[in-house]
Design a binder for this molecule. Sequence first.
Ligand SMILES: [Fe+2]
Length: 257
Amino acid sequence: MGYIKSAALEETGFVVLDSYNQELDPKEWLDVEYNDWKSSGDTRFAPLASAFGDIECNGFWNHKPPRTDKDGVWIDSQVEKAPNLARRAQEPGANVGRCRIIELQPTPYGECLYNLHQDDNNRLNPDGTGWVVRGFFNLTDDKDSYFVLRENRTDPSLEYRIALPAGAQLIVDTQRLWHAATHNGDEPRYCLITSWTSGPELDAYIAKYNGKAHTDQVEISPEVFEAGQVEQARRDAARAAYYAAKGQVEVQAMSEA
Ligand SMILES: [Fe+2]
């Protein structure tokens, strides 16, 4: 039967929406409660919606009963502190699974490449229903930072680098594309990440905000580009050696950010 997917995401696996006027809204991401959650990179998360409405970030399939990343329960104490963010996450009218704010410490390009991962949004997702994708709303004005997307984790020949100023909005099939953020700056980056179920509601939202499957590429110098590939390979080799020394098979974990 197959999953219901957005045609708009078929070509590249992502769309960039019109920018949001972030400056008009209060900095709600500074008020909410964060918890430590190991993801790719040095991160903390503040959930707005979780499996059962608790302030925790575990995949819904790790709860009892296990379920896919749909029907998230809004956390009253967090939504009270971040009503505009909760409103924005619900604006498409698509089913919301996990919804949380990520706090990411500065991350150079090479470390970002090492962090590239695919999400596991569709575990336990019933065939014939909507495919779960993710919305990313950049909250801080990270003018020198960019999202990195690849079809193949270690093939730099096809790499999208998408700018992350305040108000940047994109939707990504994060189970298809390898993804991570390069964050150049002194302060943490904050971004709202929402799991949405694909379907007519999400399609209408993408159309309303002029979702585009292509965008201007953030340019980086050949030196930074090359050094990044070397750093990714170095970290990958170190990781493989670590597991080999322990006599374990290396597992390329799917993670959350
Ligand atoms: Fe992710």
